[in-house]
Design a protein around this ligand. Sequence first.
Ligand SMILES: [Zn+2]
Length: 252
Amino acid sequence: MKVSKPLIINPGARINRRVRPRQTTPTLHISIFWYVLLPRSSSRFNSIVDSISNVKSRTEELYLDKCGVSINERMSPGVGWLYCGENNVPCVKRLSKNGNPEMASVINNSYLKPPKKFFGRRAFTYIVVPGARFIDDPTLLGTTVTFGQPDNYSIYSFLTLQALLPSNPWIVAHEMGHALQNRVYNNFPSPNRNDPLNLMYEPVPRVKNPNDLNITTSQIEEFRQSSLLYPTPVTRQTRQVSRRTGVTKSKP
Ligand SMILES: [Zn+2]
């Protein structure tokens, strides 16, 4: 790997040869919500949370290592249970790649409504929908869509339970890639069509080792320019300030 010029010039600093090149690029931070759509009576929540926790660590490591993007883990909310079958939130059975009315009612009849923010910052949301399948393409395991108005929208990934399995290690990371590539309401750049080992290829590569997975330099740049990313993490202090004043106050 070529070592690029450092982005931050610190004339006094000594360079430790063991540091990895990415440390010369500032880490960017993203806040992510996770929800599981299940009826209140379901007993599956704990096992699903275990699967989510595995896939989360894999996704976080990949983005930190390859793109310098840190998922704001400790300061992000945990996994939430979204009760379906009440308050007009349907237990979705049919997913569609570009969204459908059932998926829209999950967003519109719950506190997932856009703009979805975490302490004043734009946030991205995964919604796990156990028991659902894609009606337009049964081989699909997840999709990333926008909901809201063109000037006020949020990005959501709907995932089937299969998207969390170790045999599909990079679906969650791939969907996050779509979210980071999004710039305009209801519009996502095309997937990668050249390299079956690229993270943004469809079908998503199933290689076990993250080193066998490709993300191009221009994809990394594109990801890093997403408005979902912030130069500083949400800290305990940010949260306390917000609670004390009742005003969401955080630097962009
Ligand atoms: Zn895709």
